[in-house]
Design a protein around this ligand. Structure first.
Ligand code: SAH
Length: 230
């Protein structure tokens, strides 16, 4: 298909076609399909969020590699496949996903993906500077269904509970029980759980007031840390 890109000058073509082009994102989506992501709503969200916008200039050329990358403060933006897998688990083919709580805003990338298929995203980050940077990145994207909070996500966000989905993007040794209390009936909580380097992606489904645990793949996430940094 002929696109507008043939109309632009050579200089702007090199600026825009490298890592931000629709073609690059389509390639990412094809890679995710090949790795077993089947949820079309998740694939659509993954294909519409420009990951390069969430990555510092020096690493932008690697934005669409399927790998985690540093975002400062010894934190990382998760690997696209894991973002998609956690999203797919969280959605579990539900027609509509209402409120979702994310613990660990980081770059804001996962929140942006979630905003594509959840009614409202509530995201908590313990490091003020990361939270501020994420807000600045997301503001111009016209996404208006994300609420931010500077805090320790271990206690959740009581006033906005219950949540239809809860996603932890930092790994606790054990998921804090208060988060299960904030899960709605039929809700799903997905998290990397375990000690550093030995984590498993686990998820729980709440039915009739109790939760049942399921295991997915082995993962490596930054640890969930108590307290806040202002
Ligand atoms: N979802 C992020 C991934 C960020 S890495 C993204 O898409 O970029 C995990 C993040 O969790 C880090 O920013 C870290 O500061 C944050 N974090 C760790 N422990 C936390 C806690 N107890 N409460 C809130 N955020 C926490």
């Amino acid at each position: 298909m002929v696109t507008g890109s043939v109309m632009v000058s050579y200089k702007s073509a090199t600026l825009t076609d490298g890592f931000t082009s629709e073609r690059t994102r389509k390639r990412l989506v094809t890679g995710l399909r090949n790795k077993g992501i089947t949820d079309e709503k998740v694939l659509l969200a993954m294909g519409s969020v420009q990951r390069d916008l969430f990555i510092e200039d020096a690493l932008k050329s690697r934005a669409y590699e399927d790998t985690a990358l540093p975002i400062g403060y010894r934190q990382t933006i998760s690997q696209p496949f894991i973002v998609a897998l956690m999203s797919q688990i969280l959605r579990s083919n539900r027609d509509n996903l209402g409120r979702v709580l994310e613990v660990g805003t980081g770059s804001g990338y996962q929140a942006a993906v979630l905003s594509g298929f959840a009614d409202q995203v509530y995201t908590i980050e313990r490091i003020q500077q990361l939270l501020d940077a994420a807000k600045l990145r997301l503001a111009p994207l016209g996404i208006n269904n994300i609420s931010f909070r500077h805090g320790d996500g271990a206690s959740g966000w009581t006033i906005n509970a219950p949540f239809d989905g809860i996603i932890l993007t930092a790994a606790p040794a054990v998921v804090p029980t208060i988060l299960f209390d904030q899960l709605a009936e039929g809700g799903i909580l997905v998290a990397p759980e375990g000690e550093e380097q030995h984590q498993t992606l686990v998820y729980w489904k709440k039915t009739h007031g109790s939760v049942r645990r399921f295991e997915s793949v082995s993962v490596v996430f930054v640890p969930m840390v108590p307290g806040i940094i202002s």
